[in-house]
Write a protein that binds this ligand. Structure first.
Ligand SMILES: *[C@@H]1O[C@H](CO)[C@@H](O)[C@H](O)[C@H]1NC(C)=O
Ligand SMILES: *[C@@H]1O[C@H](CO)[C@@H](O)[C@H](O)[C@H]1NC(C)=O
Ligand SMILES: *[C@@H]1O[C@H](CO)[C@@H](O)[C@H](O)[C@H]1NC(C)=O
Ligand SMILES: *[C@@H]1O[C@H](CO)[C@@H](O)[C@H](O)[C@H]1NC(C)=O
Length: 384
């Protein structure tokens, strides 16, 4: 059958009725060759006439910008270190992760690098608390960058004046407790890694708020020796009970960790997460509901790989005291000075191995109705 089909294709090709298109093709090819010749010649002459006194490296740049105005190639040093101008690229995950995993081996930056915090919002759609965040970021340009991963169907409509304007990254559906959620987090990290100045990476949701002003957040994170990933060994059905023996030897029961999804990590750990091909297949196959992979994968993996870099606690306050499968959501009626005092007094912890009462920089979960009282209290209670 297949052979027969091939034969008839050959017959078709030498059929006299095909000769005319063939001629046309030949003509076309000759013209194409001519066109190419002319453009190469003009490229050469532009180069020759325009830039005789410029050193060789700039010469090729000039020639390129003359002939290919739309093609961006990092032929100058600035081109390598400039953050991508468009976040909506066309790379798929394999391409993006590979690109994001490139790490310079020379540790000294040959330029003035001001380390930034990447705020990564993992959302379903809108950001109802955006006005509060706008106020938080105001006046701190150059010290942060923002990335948003939302449902692919959601179209954001932030005005050009907003810090969230065009900060959406190519997104896919992310389901709670499933690997697609970790994929979305890795996608956020990979996109943020493309900016060489991003040094710290914070994962937030649309229901998160900052508890301090930007200066305090920046100082706390930049001066910490550890990354803030909640990670603990929990006996019982919701901790070790979710471990599957098939994960050994990459992950043994004693390595198994649990922790909240919302993390703050540095660049080293972000690359570890994006490049991982050792633990990913194990978690993908053996940690499915009722094993909620976003509570175990990064927590376990980083505790095995880089335990000395982890603070083992999260910076994001959450209230589980009401019981149930989901933490408390705070609305308009909950917001008061007293409420924030309680959060501030709720815990002591270690910061760079010293005891402190400043343990949380963010909090969740806040309903859209909380926005108004939050804006009213922000300058007095949150410091911005
Ligand atoms: C991305 O594209 C490359 C090249 O087409 C392909 O080999 C790879 O499997 C794709 N990856 C994903 C995750 O789709
Ligand atoms: C798990 O245990 C095996 C056998 O004792 C050991 O070879 C392996 O290194 C352990 N894995 C980790 C991540 O420690
Ligand atoms: C975090 O836990 C790991 C064990 O999983 C431990 O090695 C590390 O020292 C802990 N970090 C701190 C800051 O105590
Ligand atoms: C940030 O908050 C702290 C404490 O609330 C305050 O002392 C400081 O002045 C604030 N910084 C700015 C830039 O508002």
């Amino acid at each position: 059958m297949a052979e027969e089909g091939k034969d008839s294709a050959v017959t078709l090709r030498i059929n006299p009725s095909r000769v005319l298109p063939l001629r046309l093709l030949q003509f076309f090819l000759v013209f194409l060759a001519l066109g190419l010749g002319v453009s190469v010649f003009s490229m050469y002459t532009t180069k020759y006439y325009k830039v005789q006194n410029v050193p060789p490296i700039t010469q090729s740049v000039t020639a390129e910008s003359v002939t290919k105005p739309c093609f961006e190639e990092p032929s100058s040093f600035e081109g390598w270190i400039r953050p991508p101008t468009k976040l909506l690229h066309t790379m798929n995950d394999s391409e993006l992760f590979w690109r994001a995993s490139l790490v310079p081996r020379i540790k000294h930056y040959p330029f003035k690098r001001i380390p930034k915090i990447a705020f990564m919002f993992l959302t379903k759609g809108p950001l109802p608390l955006a006005p509060l965040w706008e106020r938080f970021f105001k006046g701190h340009e150059g010290l942060y960058s923002i990335y948003i991963h939302s449902m692919p169907s959601y179209e954001a409509d932030f005005p050009p004046s907003s810090v969230f304007y065009r900060r959406q990254i190519p997104s896919q559906i992310a389901e709670w407790g499933r690997m697609s959620m970790c994929d979305a987090e890795r996608r956020l990290l990979a996109n943020a890694l493309l900016d060489v100045s991003n040094e710290w990476f914070i994962l937030l949701s649309e229901s998160c708020i900052p508890l301090s002003n930007f200066s305090i957040v920046y100082r706390y994170i930049s001066r910490s020796r550890y990354s803030f990933l909640g990670s603990f060994d929990e006996p019982g059905p919701y901790g070790r009970g979710r471990y599957n023996r098939n994960m050994a030897p990459e992950v043994n029961l004693t390595d198994w960790r649990k922790g909240p999804q919302w993390f703050e990590i540095n660049r080293v750990l972000a690359v570890k997460i994006v490049e991982d091909a050792t633990y990913y297949p194990k978690f993908e196959e053996f940690c499915r509901p009722a094993c909620y992979v976003d509570e175990h994968y990064f927590q376990t993996m980083l505790s095995i790989e880089t335990p000395h870099l982890l603070a083992n606690r999260s910076l994001t306050y959450v209230d589980w005291s009401r019981g149930g499968a989901h933490p408390a959501t705070f609305g308009k009626a909950d917001i008061s000075k007293d409420f924030f005092n309680k959060i501030a007094e709720s815990k002591t912890c270690l910061y760079n191995n010293q005891p402190t009462t400043l343990c949380f920089l963010f909090a969740r979960k806040f309903a859209p109705s909380a926005l108004e009282p939050l804006l009213e209290l922000a300058s007095e209670v949150l410091g911005f």
